[in-house]
Design a binder for this molecule. Sequence first.
Ligand code: 2NE
Length: 272
Amino acid sequence: TEAAPDAQYTDIRYEKDGAGIAKITIDRPEVRNAFRPKTLIDVGDALERAREDQEVGVIILCGEGPHAFCSGGDQNVRGDTGYIEEGASVGRFHVTDLQVQMRRLPKPVIAMVAGYAIGGGHVLHLCCDLTIAADNARFGQTGPRVGSWDGGFGASLLRDLVGPKKAKEFWMLCRQYDAQQALDMGLVNTVVPLERLEEETVAWCREMLALSPFALRLVKSSFHAHEDGYAGIQQLAHDANLLFYGAPEAQEGRDAYKEKRTPDFSKFPRRA
Ligand code: 2NE
């Protein structure tokens, strides 16, 4: 892989393999890849870069090292008003925007999990489309232990994956679950030995890269149309609109407007 030449990130690395895969690595292993606001700003920027890059078809999100994917919000920068960005006086939850960005991004995002996916880090893997786990992966929520929770995607996506009782167990007991347990409960797609994690993840990415990119986009937005309510429907609807703009029927409407004439839709079938 090669780093993007103009990358100015402090908390992540952004790499491309030149064959359709972008990899975003949270690079704070000294705190088990916990995220501070700058980390999330960097990830968001890298996701946008991958989205805009027509060479990129699939995005891998992972953490540096074998010990952690991500351990959630960095408790060292947690203030009384949220997580506080360097130089800011008031905190916020930058992760809210990132979660939505991951859901809306019209390319598959794959979590590659070695070690801990805990707290807000666990929710990041939930927001990914697929999760490939190493055999040393451990999953769990810690919110109520540290005075926090994620009742949005952290509750709803988890419930959808493992069922309401199990999801409440995650949140109400703050236990950890190993990779095999995660696989058994449908939380991850596959488990492989740690040393094969990247190879397997890349193989899954290449399988997707051989498929129709627009069909994959529609698959993703179709799932989210229901799950994400009006925002999900909007994504799917505008994805359909993207296709419609290429059709003569839609072009007749645009052209008539520009030519200041009444549109003639009579030649277009009223399809059954
Ligand atoms: C992740 C876990 C289970 C790893 O345990 P272990 O034993 O492998 O490592 P250790 O020694 O706990 O951690 C290594 C170093 O990383 C720091 C630790 O404090 C330790 O630092 P030193 O003692 O070496 O100086 N570290 C780890 N996670 C950190 C974190 N999140 N913030 C700051 N420093 C961290 C274990 O470390 C663990 O349980 N970590 C805490 C997980 C956690 O509670 N995360 C926050 C949940 S709340 C959240 O993420 C959130 C939300 O609920 C809503 C919105 C946004 C975020």
